[in-house]
Design a protein. Structure first.
Length: 277
């Protein structure tokens, strides 16, 4: 038995590359987090836009606190060990009836990180049903690289509209629906994507990307991550400061530097065709 996961859950994650669902927040806690997000959106005029969608743990104390939730970190520790950095946090929002989707992709192909043990956590702040466009994965796809292409499609929420050069429907994809407050985990090499939201409510999720402190960034000379558990004897990332208030002026300059580094990483090269499954 681990801190939060059973031996079977850990073995399943290592074998298949994903684990879902995992109960983290109560429905009331999830509703409070959603309200905090929507209050922040309102303060910005109603939309996070491309700037505040990513890295909000450096600006919003409640996101920083959620990133450090003890039960969440217990589960991540069960999967990849006790010394943990969180590389980034990203809001994934699909409005009711929206055509927005997330193209099928593998994050490891363009994040520039040299350790494929990174685990992505996806927290549902609203219902993430199949109708709402929940995430789907191809079990076992974390064991190989798959060719990608950049489409820059208008409705694709990915930075470059990345898409796999395979037909996912031919590889037995699995849907991962979540109730508010539930979590899914997937490996950084996992092929995953999600469809449009055909429900009558927003689909609101927050992803967090945890990695061992020994991980290195290969695409840029400077990158940032939050030390969330254990010790960092490697010093490969600048540690993110913790905000004390929303839009903390003390952490905003660091956020802006980190955001600039992230954009360089995501647009640093053009994806090439690699081995397909």
């Amino acid at each position: 038995m681990g801190r939060a996961l059973t031996e079977n859950q850990v073995d399943g994650y290592l074998s298949d590359g994903w684990l879902s669902p995992f109960d983290l927040l109560t429905p009331d806690e999830a509703a409070m987090a959603r309200q905090a997000l929507e209050d922040f959106e309102a303060s910005l005029g109603g939309d996070l836009g491309p700037v505040y969608r990513s890295g909000s743990h450096m600006l919003l104390p409640w996101v920083d606190d959620l990133m450090r939730h003890p039960r969440l970190l217990d589960a991540v520790e069960d999967l990849i060990g006790p010394d943990l950095l969180c590389w980034n946090t990203i809001f994934w929002i699909k409005e009711a009836g929206s055509a927005s989707y997330v193209g099928w992709h593998q994050d490891y192909e363009y994040w520039g990180l040299d350790d494929d043990r990174l685990v992505s956590v996806w927290i549902a702040l609203s219902s993430a049903s199949v109708a709402a466009g929940c995430m789907s994965v191809i079990p076992g796809s974390h064991r190989r690289s798959i060719g990608h292409r950049d489409t820059y499609a208008a409705d694709n929420l990915l930075s470059r509209g990345q898409e796999l050069e395979i037909d996912p429907s031919e590889h037995d994809p699995m849907s991962m629906p979540l109730r508010p407050g539930q979590v899914s985990f997937h490996n950084v090499r996992m092929a995953h994507g999600s469809g449009p939201n055909t429900s009558d409510d927003r689909r609101v999720g927050l992803s967090m990307h945890f990695m061992p402190t020994s991980t290195r960034q290969t695409k840029v000379d400077w990158d940032a991550a939050a030390l969330v558990r254990g010790i960092d004897d490697h010093g490969n990332f600048a540690h993110c400061p913790r905000p004390k208030i929303d839009m903390d002026s003390d952490t905003l300059p660091f956020f802006q530097k980190a955001d600039g580094a992230m954009r360089k990483i995501l647009y640093s090269d053009t994806l090439t065709t690699e081995q397909s499954i």
